[in-house]
Design a protein around this ligand. Structure first.
Ligand code: HEM
Ligand SMILES: *[C@@H]1O[C@H](CO)[C@@H](O)[C@H](O)[C@H]1NC(C)=O
Ligand SMILES: *[C@@H]1O[C@H](CO)[C@@H](O)[C@H](O)[C@H]1NC(C)=O
Ligand SMILES: *[C@@H]1O[C@H](CO)[C@@H](O)[C@H](O)[C@H]1NC(C)=O
Ligand SMILES: *[C@@H]1O[C@H](CO)[C@@H](O)[C@H](O)[C@H]1NC(C)=O
Ligand SMILES: *[C@@H]1O[C@H](CO)[C@@H](O)[C@H](O)[C@H]1NC(C)=O
Length: 235
């Protein structure tokens, strides 16, 4: 079947509005818990995860990642297991989003939008840091090269100002995956839409209203590794 352009647009907006209607974005209340991960925060803000950010189980997290951005459960399993190791809820089968701010588990220095632990708040958006990252995004789309250079710049400037700077092997992997993730989720892995990436980091919102729709096929580990490899190769 070949759809005319207006029909295709109409279909796209129908799909998007279902997701928006079922999962309206709401800013967190002051008692809601949030994390250093802009995606998990976005999922809580849309109600894919409990809006409280509390008592999250692995089933809930893996299901939310699949329902929201079509991340294949096999990709979600590893980071979900790691997330549960940060649990401070008293129940080892659940965690609160802010448990993820423990330095050295997943949280690491040289984030794209958060300050290093040594400077205090390692979890909420820091506009000074984010401005530095954004200065590499100068067009409508962000290329692998721009994303890779933004990542390296943050590593260099953190290393320059943080006397306790550290980015161990596992942290470097996480950092590469994080950049690859936004290139894949808000683009096609080769380039991402700058306005969507900005909305995601700045509002912790999935940009449905601006045309975002989840990937048509589940995001698989091969794609993540491929894009992370390309990011790692950026000089
Ligand atoms: C179970 C799944 C996930 C867990 C437990 C998780 C956890 C985390 C944590 C703890 C951080 C903080 C790292 C730091 O110090 O910068 C982080 C960062 C990040 N996460 Fe997630 N994440 C998950 C999935 C995802 C997915 C699917 C995306 C897709 C867009 C994503 C996007 C990001 C990005 C872009 C950052 C970097 C933020 C920055 O550098 O400022 N995450 N994640
Ligand atoms: C989370 O679980 C704890 C312990 O089971 C409970 O006391 C608390 O009320 C729960 N919080 C929310 C927001 O569900
Ligand atoms: C943002 O990060 C910078 C650099 O690490 C730090 O000096 C500043 O205090 C942070 N701002 C806030 C509001 O935490
Ligand atoms: C940041 O990191 C430290 C060390 O892991 C942690 O104890 C602290 O509460 C964190 N949270 C925030 C919001 O900075
Ligand atoms: C970030 O950049 C914007 C736009 O250039 C500017 O208005 C704002 O003051 C900057 N914020 C910080 C904290 O540097
Ligand atoms: C991604 O999208 C851009 C622009 O639409 C296109 O040039 C590029 O070939 C696409 N890459 C892949 C891997 O689909």
């Amino acid at each position: 079947m070949r759809l005319s352009l207006p029909a295709a647009l109409c279909l796209a907006s129908t799909v998007a509005s279902f997701a928006v209607d079922d999962h309206p974005w709401r800013a967190p209340s002051s008692s809601d818990h949030r994390s250093p991960c802009p995606l998990l925060n976005s999922l809580a803000n849309h109600g894919f995860l409990p809006r409280s950010g509390r008592n999250i189980t692995s089933e809930e997290l893996i299901g939310a990642l699949s329902a929201s951005i079509n991340l294949d459960p096999s990709v979600a399993e590893g980071p979900t297991a790691l997330a549960l190791t940060t649990s401070k809820t008293g129940n080892p089968d659940t965690f609160d989003l802010d448990n993820l701010d423990q330095h050295g588990v997943i949280e690491h220095d040289a984030s794209l939008s958060r300050a290093d632990t040594v400077f205090g708040d390692n979890s909420s958006l820091n506009l000074t840091i984010w401005n530095e990252t954004k200065s590499f995004f100068d067009g409508e789309t962000i290329s692998v090269s721009e994303a890779g250079k933004a990542r390296i710049a943050r590593i260099r400037s953190s290393a320059a100002i943080n006397p306790q700077f550290s980015l161990l092997e596992g942290d470097q992997q996480s950092s590469l995956f994080e950049t690859a993730f936004y290139l894949i989720v808000f683009g096609n892995g080769t380039e991402a839409r700058t306005s969507w990436v900005n909305i995601f980091f700045e509002q912790e919102r999935l940009p449905y209203a601006e045309g975002y729709t989840p990937a048509a096929t589940p995001i698989m580990i091969e794609t993540l590794l491929d894009v992370a490899g390309k990011v790692a190769a950026v000089p």
